[in-house]
Each structure stands twice: as C-alpha cells, then as structure tokens.
Design a binder for this molecule. Structure first.
Ligand SMILES: *Cc1c(COP(=O)(O)O)cnc(C)c1O
Ligand SMILES: [Zn+2]
Length: 397
C-alpha cells in the first residue's frame, strides 16, 4: 500500500482522485497549446500524518540506519506506486560527494551521472514506466533534447515496453546511440526540442500509449522528487542552497516538491533555497523570475544541450518554487560552463555534462556577487555524465 491520496492542481488547487490516467488539470489546461509553458500541472498529495508516524517508527526501530536504508524508506513513504511495479534497474540513491577543492569552501556534489543511462532523467522514467505497467500500456512516447529519451529507452528496455522518441537531429551523438542501442523507435525532428515536444503530444493523442513529456504527467516531477528526499537522508541537516541546472524547470520543481512534502509531514521546518542555473541564451526562467512576466528565450544556442530550451514546460511552477523557497535564478555563459566542467573533472574527479557544470559556474557567480550567505551549506546537482557529450569538451583555456 502507499500513502498517495490524489492529485492537486498547482495552479487552481482543484483535486483529482487517483486511479485513471490524468495529465494536466482539465480546467486550467483548456486553452493550453504546444509552444507555451504547460498550464495546470498536477502534483501528488499524500497522507502526511501517516507518513510522519511511519518515519518516526522507522527511526526508533533503526536508530543507526545507514543513509541508504533511509533513502529507500523515504522514497517508499513519499512514493505514489507499489514497489512491485518498479522496473528492475538501480535508479537513484546516487552518491553525495563532499569537497573543499573547488572553492575552498565545503561543497556537496550530488552526482546523478551514475544512473543506468547516465542522467537524472532515469528518476522520472522509472516512475513513468511503473505507471505504464499499472495502466497496462505497452508503449511510452517522449520528446527530448537527448537525456529524457536515452533514459526512457533504457528503462523501457528493462521492462519490455516500447519507447517512441521525438528528438532534434542535433542531439549529441552518444545520446542518439543510447536511444538506438536500447531499441527505441526514434523520430528525428527537423527542428528544436520545442518542436519535438509538440510532435510527441500529437502522437500520444492518436496512439494507445503513455506520454512522458517532461512535467506533462505529475509522476515526471514526482520521480525527480526522489533526489531531494535522498539529500534529506544523506545530510545531517538540510542544505541552505541547492543549485539546479535548469532548462524546463522540472528537476528544480521536483526537488522543491521533496522539501515541501517533508515540511508538510512535519519532518523539516525550513526548506532549502533553490537556485536555478541557466545558460545565458536559454534563460526564460531567469527572465521570468526577474521580471514577473513570462517570455520565451529568444534563441537558445548553448553548449549545454540538456538545458537548451526556448519554452520551459514547467516555467510557472519553477518560478513559484524559486519564490517560495527564497531562491534565485542565475545566468552563466558557455565559457564559464566549460571552465567549471574542467575544474570539476580535475579537482573533484567527477566528469559531468556541461549542463551540470552550470551549477558550479552559477555558484562562483553568487559567491563573487555576495548573493549567498557565508558558511552556507551548498549542494550542486550534477545531473548528467560527461561522456554523454564529448564533443562539448574544450581543453584549451
Ligand atoms: C534535463 C536535464 C537538465 C534540466 O532539467 P529540467 O527539468 O529541464 O530543468 C539538467 N541536466 C541534465 C543532465 C538533464 O538531462
Ligand atoms: Zn487547475
């Protein structure tokens, strides 16, 4: 059994029961069309008092539980589906590495490049594959800049489900190779990620399948939430700041949801401030956070392909989470990203994607400009493995 009680619209607050397949809030999404940020994104609600009771019992029974056991227990308590439905792959429970060698201050690096397909996206695919199994779907479709697709391809392969992918032809080669080796059906879109998003929505309206476009189903956010639950289990105290590489804003929204859930269950008082790290040409969420008005990024063209988005699907929710957590959004240049990538590789031993290195670049930016408190405890989310895009690497200074 689970403590999942139903869905709530993040926009109007309307509640929807569990059971049937549901994507966006029907009333808020009435005038939604592809090419704008999603409207009426749903989130999962839980029986929070029951979770609190069970968590306290767990801590009494196992006062010296290892962080791994705690991570597992929190993901179970705050998870929407029965364990039996989950794919048989080791997704999540990724390491948290502490280091002083990057800035002189202690930094915590949450490295999600060690997931089966090499990125954070496995967390969402994992839950969506479980949902497909619950509903009896044999096929899942997704739009992707590369990682969501390579992830879905891998996790679907483990469960014998067909993955149908819409991705721009410009995606890094390693990600296209992953999609193909796992046997997914690949439709390359002659256009951008945003065009692929629309194509995948069309596909799922006319085919018997589940749609895994980011933020479209509440479980994509709920899957990403697990990283925040893990941080809670891995750290003696929740961090002051969590830097998140941000394109569509779904990883950020998922991590925010973890700490909101923990607070709602009474396991925590103050949520960490979330910091969105964006590439300067793919900065729709940063501009929105600054001005209060939504506008597409004019022409995203960053080396950090995983955060290259014109119309972030979770723009409204992510900006709400930035405000509610007392966080902020930061732009960084491709040059800063690439130098941060090299620094991480050479001083921490972690080779991450350019997208992920944007967090370190944003952290340096915040330090220089006095935007974060001294002695703060800081987590950088390193969301993807560097081998996914070796073309991006620059060795020269
Ligand atoms: C998708 C992705 C991101 C950005 O996540 P959003 O939810 O789009 O903001 C960051 N890093 C990596 C490696 C990704 O694959
Ligand atoms: Zn609504």
């Amino acid at each position: 059994m689970t403590y999942f009680t139903g869905y709530r619209c993040t926009q109007c607050g309307a509640k929807y029961p569990l059971g049937e397949l549901i994507y966006l809030c029907p009333s808020c999404s009435r005038d939604y069309h592809a090419g704008m940020p999603l409207k009426g994104i749903l989130e999962c609600e839980y029986d929070y008092p029951a979770i609190k009771r069970e968590w306290e019992e767990f801590l009494i029974a196992l006062p010296h539980a290892h962080e791994y056991g705690k991570m597992e227990e929190l993901c179970r308590l705050f998870g929407p589906l029965e364990k039996e439905l989950y794919p048989n792959l080791p997704v999540g429970k990724t390491p948290l590495v502490s280091t002083q060698s990057l800035s002189g201050e202690m930094l915590y690096l949450k490295f999600d490049g060690v997931n089966p397909s090499g990125s954070f996206k496995d967390r969402a695919s994992y839950l969506m594959v479980a949902e497909a199994k619950r509903l009896g779907f044999r096929e899942i479709v997704a739009a992707s800049t590369g990682n969501a697709a390579s992830s879905l391809a891998a996790i679907c392969a483990s469960a014998g489900i067909k993955a149908v992918i819409f991705a721009p032809a410009s995606a890094p080669q390693a990600k296209l190779v992953q999609i193909r080796i796992h046997g997914a059906e690949l439709h390359t879109v002659d256009g951008t990620y945003d065009d692929a998003f629309a194509a995948a929505l069309d596909y799922s309206k006319t085919h018997e399948c589940l749609n895994r476009n980011t933020a479209y189903h509440a479980f994509t956010i709920e899957g990403k939430k697990t990283a925040g639950l893990e941080l809670f289990a891995q750290m003696p105290l929740p961090p002051d700041y969590i830097f998140v590489p941000t394109g569509d804003g779904v990883i950020l929204s998922g991590i925010a949801k973890a700490f909101r859930d923990l607070r709602q269950a009474g396991l925590l008082e103050n949520v960490p401030a979330l910091v969105a790290a964006q590439a300067e040409t793919s900065d729709a969420i940063t501009s929105y956070w600054e001005s209060g008005n939504y506008m597409d990024a004019a022409r995203p063209h960053t080396v950090a392909d995983s955060i290259s988005v014109k119309t972030p699907s979770a723009a409204h929710l992510a900006v709400q989470e930035l405000r509610d957590s007392g966080g902020m959004a930061i732009r960084v240049s491709d040059a800063e990203i690439l130098s941060a990538q090299k620094m991480l590789a050479q001083r921490s031993g972690i080779f991450c994607e350019p997208s992920s290195a944007a967090t370190l670049a944003a952290y340096f930016n915040c330090r220089e400009q006095g935007k974060i408190k001294d002695q703060a405890s800081v987590v950088l989310m390193l969301t993807g493995h560097g081998l996914k895009d070796i073309q991006a690497v620059k060795f020269a200074e």
